[in-house]
Design a protein around this ligand. Structure first.
Ligand code: CP
Length: 311
Protein backbone atom coordinates (compact mmCIF):
# COMPACT_ATOMS: atom_id res chain seq x y z
CA UNK A 1 0.00 0.00 0.00
CA UNK A 2 1.16 3.51 -0.82
CA UNK A 3 1.24 5.40 2.50
CA UNK A 4 0.78 9.01 1.41
CA UNK A 5 0.49 10.94 4.69
CA UNK A 6 2.98 13.71 5.53
CA UNK A 7 2.37 13.38 9.30
CA UNK A 8 1.27 10.86 11.91
CA UNK A 9 -0.93 12.88 14.25
CA UNK A 10 -3.47 10.44 15.63
CA UNK A 11 -5.26 7.14 15.16
CA UNK A 12 -8.41 9.16 14.35
CA UNK A 13 -6.79 10.22 11.05
CA UNK A 14 -5.74 6.68 10.00
CA UNK A 15 -7.83 4.30 7.92
CA UNK A 16 -7.93 0.58 8.83
CA UNK A 17 -5.78 -0.05 5.70
CA UNK A 18 -3.17 2.46 6.84
CA UNK A 19 -3.06 0.85 10.31
CA UNK A 20 -2.55 -2.57 8.69
CA UNK A 21 0.20 -1.16 6.45
CA UNK A 22 2.08 0.22 9.48
CA UNK A 23 1.71 -3.01 11.48
CA UNK A 24 2.78 -5.22 8.53
CA UNK A 25 5.84 -2.98 8.01
CA UNK A 26 6.57 -3.16 11.76
CA UNK A 27 6.67 -6.97 11.64
CA UNK A 28 9.32 -6.71 8.87
CA UNK A 29 11.23 -4.17 10.96
CA UNK A 30 11.16 -6.54 13.93
CA UNK A 31 13.18 -9.04 11.89
CA UNK A 32 15.94 -6.41 11.61
CA UNK A 33 15.93 -6.07 15.42
CA UNK A 34 16.55 -9.80 15.74
CA UNK A 35 19.72 -9.74 13.59
CA UNK A 36 23.19 -9.70 15.20
CA UNK A 37 23.91 -6.33 13.48
CA UNK A 38 20.76 -4.26 13.97
CA UNK A 39 21.47 -1.46 11.52
CA UNK A 40 20.18 -0.65 8.02
CA UNK A 41 20.81 2.40 5.78
CA UNK A 42 17.07 3.16 5.21
CA UNK A 43 17.08 6.71 6.64
CA UNK A 44 20.58 7.76 5.55
CA UNK A 45 20.48 11.49 4.77
CA UNK A 46 17.24 12.09 6.75
CA UNK A 47 17.51 14.41 9.77
CA UNK A 48 15.09 13.96 12.68
CA UNK A 49 14.49 16.20 15.72
CA UNK A 50 12.94 14.63 18.82
CA UNK A 51 11.24 17.43 20.78
CA UNK A 52 10.18 16.02 24.16
CA UNK A 53 8.61 18.64 26.41
CA UNK A 54 7.23 16.03 28.84
CA UNK A 55 9.16 13.19 30.54
CA UNK A 56 9.46 9.89 28.67
CA UNK A 57 11.46 6.68 28.99
CA UNK A 58 9.90 4.27 26.48
CA UNK A 59 8.72 6.60 23.71
CA UNK A 60 11.83 8.81 23.52
CA UNK A 61 14.32 5.97 23.72
CA UNK A 62 12.47 3.76 21.27
CA UNK A 63 12.24 6.62 18.74
CA UNK A 64 15.96 7.31 19.19
CA UNK A 65 16.81 3.61 18.80
CA UNK A 66 14.54 3.29 15.75
CA UNK A 67 16.18 6.35 14.15
CA UNK A 68 19.71 5.11 14.88
CA UNK A 69 18.94 1.57 13.71
CA UNK A 70 17.92 3.09 10.37
CA UNK A 71 20.97 5.43 10.14
CA UNK A 72 19.14 8.80 10.47
CA UNK A 73 20.93 11.89 11.79
CA UNK A 74 19.17 12.92 15.01
CA UNK A 75 18.94 15.65 17.64
CA UNK A 76 16.93 15.30 20.85
CA UNK A 77 15.67 18.32 22.73
CA UNK A 78 13.77 18.54 26.03
CA UNK A 79 12.33 21.59 27.82
CA UNK A 80 15.22 21.43 30.31
CA UNK A 81 17.96 21.69 27.64
CA UNK A 82 16.29 24.16 25.23
CA UNK A 83 15.43 27.86 25.07
CA UNK A 84 11.84 26.92 26.04
CA UNK A 85 13.17 27.60 29.57
CA UNK A 86 13.84 31.20 28.45
CA UNK A 87 10.27 31.60 27.20
CA UNK A 88 10.65 30.59 23.54
CA UNK A 89 7.35 29.42 22.01
CA UNK A 90 6.81 25.93 20.58
CA UNK A 91 6.40 27.44 17.10
CA UNK A 92 9.65 29.44 17.34
CA UNK A 93 11.54 26.38 18.58
CA UNK A 94 10.17 24.32 15.70
CA UNK A 95 10.82 27.05 13.08
CA UNK A 96 14.42 27.24 14.23
CA UNK A 97 14.71 23.48 14.02
CA UNK A 98 13.28 23.58 10.49
CA UNK A 99 15.73 26.35 9.53
CA UNK A 100 18.44 23.80 10.35
CA UNK A 101 16.97 21.63 7.54
CA UNK A 102 15.30 18.98 9.67
CA UNK A 103 13.11 16.53 7.70
CA UNK A 104 11.02 15.02 10.51
CA UNK A 105 9.94 16.19 13.98
CA UNK A 106 8.80 13.83 16.76
CA UNK A 107 6.86 15.83 19.34
CA UNK A 108 5.71 15.07 22.87
CA UNK A 109 3.85 17.98 24.46
CA UNK A 110 1.38 18.53 27.30
CA UNK A 111 -0.98 20.55 25.06
CA UNK A 112 -3.65 18.53 23.19
CA UNK A 113 -3.35 19.37 19.49
CA UNK A 114 0.29 20.55 19.72
CA UNK A 115 1.43 18.24 16.90
CA UNK A 116 -1.54 19.19 14.67
CA UNK A 117 -0.51 22.84 15.18
CA UNK A 118 3.14 22.15 14.21
CA UNK A 119 2.15 19.98 11.25
CA UNK A 120 0.25 22.93 9.73
CA UNK A 121 3.20 25.29 10.21
CA UNK A 122 6.12 23.08 9.14
CA UNK A 123 7.16 21.42 5.88
CA UNK A 124 8.80 18.68 7.96
CA UNK A 125 6.83 15.52 8.75
CA UNK A 126 5.44 15.66 12.30
CA UNK A 127 4.89 12.57 14.46
CA UNK A 128 2.75 12.85 17.59
CA UNK A 129 4.57 11.14 20.48
CA UNK A 130 1.76 12.05 22.93
CA UNK A 131 -0.18 15.34 23.19
CA UNK A 132 -1.75 15.93 26.59
CA UNK A 133 -4.78 13.72 27.20
CA UNK A 134 -5.55 13.62 23.46
CA UNK A 135 -3.68 10.89 21.51
CA UNK A 136 -0.59 8.66 21.59
CA UNK A 137 -0.79 6.99 18.17
CA UNK A 138 2.50 5.06 18.16
CA UNK A 139 1.57 3.52 21.55
CA UNK A 140 -1.75 2.29 20.10
CA UNK A 141 0.04 0.91 17.03
CA UNK A 142 2.55 -1.02 19.13
CA UNK A 143 -0.34 -2.28 21.28
CA UNK A 144 -2.23 -3.51 18.20
CA UNK A 145 0.96 -5.17 16.90
CA UNK A 146 1.47 -6.91 20.28
CA UNK A 147 -2.16 -8.12 20.33
CA UNK A 148 -1.87 -9.46 16.75
CA UNK A 149 1.41 -11.16 17.59
CA UNK A 150 -0.10 -12.88 20.64
CA UNK A 151 -3.53 -13.84 19.28
CA UNK A 152 -2.82 -13.90 15.54
CA UNK A 153 -5.97 -11.77 15.11
CA UNK A 154 -7.77 -8.68 16.42
CA UNK A 155 -11.36 -9.25 15.27
CA UNK A 156 -13.62 -11.01 17.76
CA UNK A 157 -11.40 -10.47 20.81
CA UNK A 158 -12.87 -9.27 24.11
CA UNK A 159 -10.67 -6.42 25.37
CA UNK A 160 -11.10 -4.72 28.76
CA UNK A 161 -9.35 -1.42 29.54
CA UNK A 162 -9.09 -0.68 33.28
CA UNK A 163 -8.22 2.60 34.98
CA UNK A 164 -8.02 6.31 34.27
CA UNK A 165 -9.78 6.36 30.90
CA UNK A 166 -10.76 10.03 31.19
CA UNK A 167 -7.21 11.44 31.27
CA UNK A 168 -5.48 8.77 29.18
CA UNK A 169 -4.23 9.50 25.65
CA UNK A 170 -3.17 5.82 25.57
CA UNK A 171 -6.76 4.67 26.17
CA UNK A 172 -8.19 7.12 23.65
CA UNK A 173 -5.83 6.05 20.85
CA UNK A 174 -6.21 2.36 21.69
CA UNK A 175 -10.02 2.52 21.72
CA UNK A 176 -9.98 4.37 18.38
CA UNK A 177 -7.68 1.69 16.92
CA UNK A 178 -9.67 -1.25 18.33
CA UNK A 179 -12.95 0.22 17.09
CA UNK A 180 -11.54 0.26 13.53
CA UNK A 181 -11.63 -3.54 13.77
CA UNK A 182 -14.37 -5.86 15.07
CA UNK A 183 -13.10 -6.00 18.65
CA UNK A 184 -15.51 -6.07 21.59
CA UNK A 185 -14.19 -3.23 23.80
CA UNK A 186 -15.11 -2.67 27.47
CA UNK A 187 -13.84 -0.14 30.00
CA UNK A 188 -13.89 -0.36 33.79
CA UNK A 189 -13.16 2.52 36.19
CA UNK A 190 -14.69 4.59 38.95
CA UNK A 191 -17.19 7.04 37.37
CA UNK A 192 -14.81 9.95 38.09
CA UNK A 193 -12.13 8.38 35.86
CA UNK A 194 -14.45 7.86 32.90
CA UNK A 195 -15.09 10.55 30.26
CA UNK A 196 -18.11 12.74 30.98
CA UNK A 197 -19.73 11.76 27.68
CA UNK A 198 -19.15 8.30 26.24
CA UNK A 199 -21.90 8.46 23.61
CA UNK A 200 -20.84 7.21 20.22
CA UNK A 201 -17.91 5.17 21.55
CA UNK A 202 -19.94 1.92 21.23
CA UNK A 203 -18.17 0.24 24.16
CA UNK A 204 -19.35 -1.52 27.33
CA UNK A 205 -18.90 0.39 30.59
CA UNK A 206 -18.35 -1.29 33.96
CA UNK A 207 -17.78 0.14 37.44
CA UNK A 208 -17.24 -3.26 39.08
CA UNK A 209 -14.01 -4.98 38.05
CA UNK A 210 -15.09 -8.44 39.24
CA UNK A 211 -18.03 -8.28 36.81
CA UNK A 212 -15.95 -6.77 34.01
CA UNK A 213 -13.10 -9.24 34.09
CA UNK A 214 -15.12 -12.37 33.26
CA UNK A 215 -14.71 -13.67 29.71
CA UNK A 216 -12.09 -11.10 28.66
CA UNK A 217 -9.25 -12.27 26.39
CA UNK A 218 -7.12 -9.28 27.27
CA UNK A 219 -6.95 -6.81 30.15
CA UNK A 220 -5.18 -3.53 29.37
CA UNK A 221 -4.25 -1.85 32.64
CA UNK A 222 -3.70 1.91 32.67
CA UNK A 223 -1.36 3.82 34.94
CA UNK A 224 -3.08 5.61 37.79
CA UNK A 225 -1.92 9.16 37.35
CA UNK A 226 -0.90 9.81 40.95
CA UNK A 227 -0.17 13.45 40.05
CA UNK A 228 -3.94 13.88 39.59
CA UNK A 229 -4.80 12.34 42.94
CA UNK A 230 -4.59 15.79 44.62
CA UNK A 231 -7.77 16.61 42.67
CA UNK A 232 -9.63 13.92 44.66
CA UNK A 233 -10.78 11.84 41.69
CA UNK A 234 -11.12 8.77 43.91
CA UNK A 235 -11.18 8.43 47.70
CA UNK A 236 -7.71 6.96 48.15
CA UNK A 237 -4.99 4.68 46.80
CA UNK A 238 -5.88 1.81 49.18
CA UNK A 239 -9.48 1.83 48.02
CA UNK A 240 -8.38 1.98 44.38
CA UNK A 241 -6.10 -1.05 44.88
CA UNK A 242 -8.95 -2.97 46.55
CA UNK A 243 -11.55 -2.18 43.88
CA UNK A 244 -9.50 -1.83 40.68
CA UNK A 245 -6.05 -3.36 41.29
CA UNK A 246 -5.13 -6.36 39.12
CA UNK A 247 -3.52 -9.07 41.27
CA UNK A 248 -3.30 -12.91 41.21
CA UNK A 249 -6.42 -13.25 43.42
CA UNK A 250 -8.50 -11.19 41.00
CA UNK A 251 -7.13 -13.03 37.97
CA UNK A 252 -8.69 -16.25 39.33
CA UNK A 253 -11.99 -14.82 38.04
CA UNK A 254 -10.55 -14.25 34.54
CA UNK A 255 -10.00 -16.67 31.67
CA UNK A 256 -7.07 -19.01 32.38
CA UNK A 257 -5.07 -17.66 29.44
CA UNK A 258 -6.01 -13.97 29.83
CA UNK A 259 -3.30 -11.60 28.56
CA UNK A 260 -2.18 -8.55 30.56
CA UNK A 261 -0.88 -5.37 28.92
CA UNK A 262 0.23 -2.00 30.35
CA UNK A 263 1.75 0.99 28.51
CA UNK A 264 4.23 1.80 31.31
CA UNK A 265 5.39 3.31 33.55
CA UNK A 266 3.79 0.87 36.04
CA UNK A 267 2.84 1.88 39.59
CA UNK A 268 3.74 -1.53 41.03
CA UNK A 269 1.37 -2.63 43.77
CA UNK A 270 -1.27 -0.06 42.77
CA UNK A 271 -2.99 -0.72 39.43
CA UNK A 272 -0.93 -3.90 38.89
CA UNK A 273 0.79 -6.25 41.35
CA UNK A 274 4.39 -7.23 40.63
CA UNK A 275 3.36 -10.90 40.47
CA UNK A 276 1.03 -10.16 37.55
CA UNK A 277 3.30 -7.58 35.86
CA UNK A 278 6.18 -10.08 35.82
CA UNK A 279 4.07 -13.25 35.49
CA UNK A 280 3.18 -15.47 32.55
CA UNK A 281 0.02 -13.53 31.61
CA UNK A 282 2.01 -10.36 30.96
CA UNK A 283 3.27 -9.24 27.53
CA UNK A 284 4.38 -5.83 28.80
CA UNK A 285 8.02 -6.16 27.71
CA UNK A 286 6.94 -7.46 24.26
CA UNK A 287 5.03 -4.18 23.94
CA UNK A 288 8.29 -2.30 24.58
CA UNK A 289 10.21 -4.37 21.98
CA UNK A 290 7.42 -3.83 19.45
CA UNK A 291 7.60 -0.09 20.19
CA UNK A 292 10.97 0.11 18.43
CA UNK A 293 9.66 -1.87 15.42
CA UNK A 294 6.50 0.27 15.10
CA UNK A 295 8.50 3.50 15.30
CA UNK A 296 10.89 2.20 12.62
CA UNK A 297 7.86 1.43 10.44
CA UNK A 298 6.29 4.86 10.93
CA UNK A 299 9.58 6.68 10.24
CA UNK A 300 10.19 4.57 7.12
CA UNK A 301 6.68 5.07 5.69
CA UNK A 302 6.73 8.84 6.28
CA UNK A 303 10.30 9.18 4.97
CA UNK A 304 9.24 7.90 1.56
CA UNK A 305 7.22 11.11 1.12
CA UNK A 306 10.14 13.22 2.40
CA UNK A 307 12.44 11.58 -0.16
CA UNK A 308 9.98 11.93 -3.06
CA UNK A 309 9.67 15.67 -2.41
CA UNK A 310 13.43 16.06 -2.37
CA UNK A 311 14.07 14.23 -5.62
N1 CP B 1 4.09 4.44 27.31
C1 CP B 1 4.72 5.62 27.32
O1 CP B 1 4.36 6.58 26.63
O2 CP B 1 5.80 5.67 28.17
P1 CP B 1 6.78 6.90 28.34
O3 CP B 1 6.00 8.03 28.98
O4 CP B 1 7.92 6.42 29.20
O5 CP B 1 7.24 7.33 26.97
Amino acid sequence: MNFKKKDLLGIAELSPKEITAIIDTAFSMKEILERPIKKVPTLTGITIANLFFEPSTRTLNSFQLAERRMSADIVSISSSNSSVLKGETLLDTARNIQAMKVDMVVLRHSMPGASHFLAKKLDASVINAGDGAHEHPTQALLDIMSIKERFNKIDGLNVLIVGDIAHSRVARSLILALKKSKTNVSVCAPPTLLPYKMDGWDINTYYNLDDAIKGQDLIYVLRIQLERQSKGLFPGIREYIKLYGINPERLKMAKKDVVIMHPGPINRGIELSSKVADGHHSIILNQVTNGVAVRMAVLYLLSRKVRKEKV
